[in-house]
Structure formats: C-alpha cells, structure tokens
Ligand binder design. Structure first.
Ligand code: ASP
Ligand code: MG
Length: 472
C-alpha cells in the first residue's frame, strides 16, 4: 500500500474551482497507484472570519456576529451547490451544511448573552471551518468519481486540553488512525478529514493552533507511516528568495528540515516546519507543492540535506522590525541581568528575533509593535534604552556554510555599499543574519542573490525554469 497524506491549504479549497483542481490532483495520485489520505484546511479566510464572529458575539454584537455567519453560510452553500451536480446528493450536502451553521448560530447567540469567550468556546467556533470544508470536499470528490469517505478529524487527532494550542497525544492518534483510517484505505476509499482540529480524551473539541493543518498532515502521515506527505499550497515551493523582490529567484528542489525551519522563523511563509517534525522524526519526506501548478515538482524537505555546491539555499528577509539597544554599565560582571531583560519581553508577550550582546550592552530585534513604548519604559528602569523602527533582517541559510572559510567576507562584500547595524551567526551553524535599514533591504537581497546564485547547483535548484524564461 503506498499511502500518501495530501494536505490542501485554504487557497486549495477556497471555492468550487479550487476544489475541482484539488479533486483532479487526488485522482492523478490514485491513477499512479497511490492510496491518498486527504487533510483539508478551512476555505481561505474562513478561520479569521469565524474568530471575528466569536469576538463580535462576545462583545454583545449579536446581529453583527450572525451577519458574518450568514455570509459564511451562503459562501459554503453556494460552493456545495456548484460542486455537487446530482440533485439528491446536493440537497443532502446543503442540508448538512445548514445544520452545521444552525449549530454555530446557536453558539453565537449563547455567547452574545454570556459575553465571555473562553479558549474552549473559541475552538468550538473555529472548528466549524474545517468541519464544513471537509464535508464539502468529500462530497465533491464523490461527485467526481473518487470513492471518498468523510472522517471527523476529532475522532482521530486526540490532544491534551490546552485549547487553542493543543498538543497531540501520539499513542492515541496512532491507535485511532489504525482503527478509523486504515480500514477505509484497505477498501480503496479516500478518507477526507479536516486539519487543525482535534478533541481531548473526553471528546471536547480542541485546535492545534493557527496554521495547524500542516501539523495534522504530519501527524496522520507519521501515525500511518505514509511514504510521503504532500503539502499543497499556492506557491511552487521554497524559493531562493522572494520572487517579488528578485525576479531571478529559483525554486529550491530539495532542502533539509533544519534549513526550512530557519527560513520559516525568518518569515518565509510557506509552512511552519515545527509542524512537520513528526514526519521528519520518522524520515518521511515532506513535499511542498502548488495546487495551481500541479505539474511543478515543488520542494522536497528531507531530514538530511544532500550536498550542494552553492553555500546557501535561500535568502529570507523580514521587514517591519525594530531594534532595541539596552545599555548599562551595571551589567558588567553581573548575573541575572539578561534574565531581567527577557522577563520584560515575556511580560509583554513580545517575540525577540535576534540578540547581540557586548559586555555593557544588549541589542535585540523585535517585530515593530504597539507595545514597544511600554517595553522601553519597563526596560528603562534597568538601563538606558533606545529603540528605532523601520529595520529589516536578512537571513542567509545553508548547511554548507558549516566549516566553510571566508563566507562572512563574501556576504559582507556583496553588501559593502549598505550600512549593517547588527550581525549574528553562531547560534545555528546554518544561518547568517544581519540587520539593516528597511529601505536598503530589497537592494541587499538582490546583491546577495546575484553574488551567490550566479551559478546555482542544478541538482538543488530549478535552473531549467530560469533558463526557459531567459531564452523565451
Ligand atoms: N484554518 C486554520 C488556520 O487558518 C488552519 C490551517 O489553515 O492550517 O489557521
Ligand atoms: Mg494554512
């Protein structure tokens, strides 16, 4: 049985046309003799809208909350009706969708009376996105000749009770996957389930955290020992840099898990690699693929990086950052000082990206955010503080910088015309990052890309695509 888990993100199920493409992709895998298990996100933007209705209801805006729900109902009903051509099947599906929205409206009405949105209720509300999208996708597959079977993900993905960020309980999931999914696959059926949602041992609905459908894909793939996990999105995979900044950017054919993780932390939004850890632990390859361009090979993420002749795989850039300089001569030789500084960031729930210290000063970079003045006020009780916005972080990632001489010289030579404010290597041996003015960021990326991807290794990068563009 060559089992593949195919996870389709919100844009791959955003409307009837997208779901049609998704069905064709799944059919293609079946034609190749594969046994797919399908995991879907909510239709694009639905999770955000559900969170908005929940917030409105919790503020007593019953009418506003029900109005958003009613628009969502219409969108799902219309999509269902467009996809399922057989009259009776369509009526059954639309009725199912209606019943789910009736239940959601009941919760919203209750919430607008109680006026308290707990994490548990929030999970119950947002779970409707995946619960309904998976029903529609399963029915659409059926209509298009795929023997699909809808599975309620909450019966498979068993988690702890940390609502909104529940941790999966692997042993339970393995057992449930064997009980609920394997028999379907053995009958040549295609299980279709929602990502992101689960339930605790008592059966109460939980979620794995935003973007959690990739996590579901990896959990299911690992529980079933799948031969591959495919993450279908709307981009061709991981690129050498942002193609909007640098049109010469190339698709990276293969990248290690560690490299992909570094890129994700620095803003490459393709997927959050922490979520594919279960697959990496079992050595199951993860492929990032484009449902709008299904013929493209995408990016393969593997536990070990194949050898690459180019030192870097990708250049990430993160903008809208601020730099905070904390200077205190008192810091000299004192312990516990960094701890006090970080406690302040923790108190304000502010994520720190990069840190650089000297004997008397600490510089930190954070996303520019509204709490910066308050953070600075707290820090100024300990030391002198300055902060400045409009900064960008450039991060070069590659396994092959480990142990290579002269890399820093080459990097900073490529951006010698640009003022560098802060530098970090060290922490992970596979990234080199530095901070510059935001206005210089695009130019820096282009200069670095020109310097390091002049003669890219064709076994790692999709050089053919670039050549095709240049010769046409
Ligand atoms: N629908 C969820 C979200 O938007 C999960 C996902 O799409 O991965 O966060
Ligand atoms: Mg997503």
């Amino acid at each position: 049985m060559s089992l593949v888990v195919m996870k389709f993100g919100g844009t791959s199920v955003e409307d009837a046309a997208a779901i049609g493409r998704t069905a064709a992709i799944v059919k293609g895998r079946i034609a190749l003799g594969k046994s797919p298990v399908v995991v879907v996100s909510a239709m694009a933007k639905v999770t955000d809208q559900l969170l908005r209705t929940a917030a409105a209801a919790a503020q007593g805006d019953r009418t506003g909350a029900l109005a958003v729900s009613s628009r969502l109902r219409a969108r799902h009903r219309d999509t269902a009706a467009e996809l399922v051509k057989k009259h009776d099947d369509c009526a059954v599906l639309v009725d199912l969708v209606d019943r789910k929205f009736d239940a959601l409206d009941e919760i919203l009405r209750g919430l607008s009376a109680i006026l308290e949105l707990t994490p548990r209720i929030s999970d119950l509300i947002v779970s409707h996105g995946e619960r309904i999208s998976s029903l529609i996708v399963a029915a659409a597959f059926h209509d298009k000749g795929i023997d699909a079977a809808h599975v309620d993900a909450r019966e498979v993905i068993i988690t702890d009770s940390e609502f909104q960020k529940a941790a999966p309980l692997d042993d339970f999931i393995e057992k449930r996957a064997r009980e609920k999914l394997i028999p379907l696959v053995q009958q040549c059926k295609v299980p279709v389930m929602g990502g992101f949602i689960g339930s605790n041992e008592a059966g109460i609905t939980t979620t794995l955290g935003r973007g959690g459908s990739d996590y579901t894909g990896a959990l299911v793939g690992s529980a079933l020992n799948a031969e591959a996990i495919e993450i279908w999105t709307d981009v061709d995979g991981i690129m050498t840099t942002d193609p909007r900044i640098c049109p010469d950017a190339l698709r990276v054919k293969v990248i290690s898990f560690e490299e992909a993780a570094e890129l994700a932390y620095f803003g490459a939004k393709v997927l959050h690699p922490a979520t594919i850890l279960p697959a990496v632990k079992k050595n199951i390859p993860v492929l990032v693929l484009n449902s709008r361009n299904a013929m493209n090979e995408g990016t393969r993420i593997t536990s070990l990086a194949p050898h690459c002749k180019s030192p870097f795989k990708s250049i990430a850039v993160k903008k809208k950052l601020s730099i905070i300089d904390v200077v205190a001569s008192r810091m000299l030789m004192s312990h516990g000082y960094l701890c006090q500084i970080f406690a302040i960031f923790d108190k304000h729930k502010c994520v720190v990206d990069m840190v650089s210290t000297s004997e008397v000063s600490v510089s930190l970079t954070v996303d520019s955010n509204a709490s910066l003045p308050d953070i600075a006020a707290d820090l100024s009780k300990l030391a002198d503080v300055k902060y400045e916005g409009k900064k960008a972080l450039i991060c070069l990632v590659g396994e092959d910088i480990r142990g290579k001489n002269g890399m820093a010289a080459q990097v900073f030579n490529a951006v010698r015309h640009i003022n560098v404010r802060m530098i970090s290597q060290g922490a992970s041996e596979i990234n080199m990052s530095f901070m510059i003015e935001e206005d210089d960021a695009d130019e820096a990326v282009r200069s670095l890309h020109a310097a390091f991807f002049q003669d890219p290794d064709p076994s790692i990068f999709d050089v053919e695509a670039r050549n095709a563009v240049h010769s046409s």
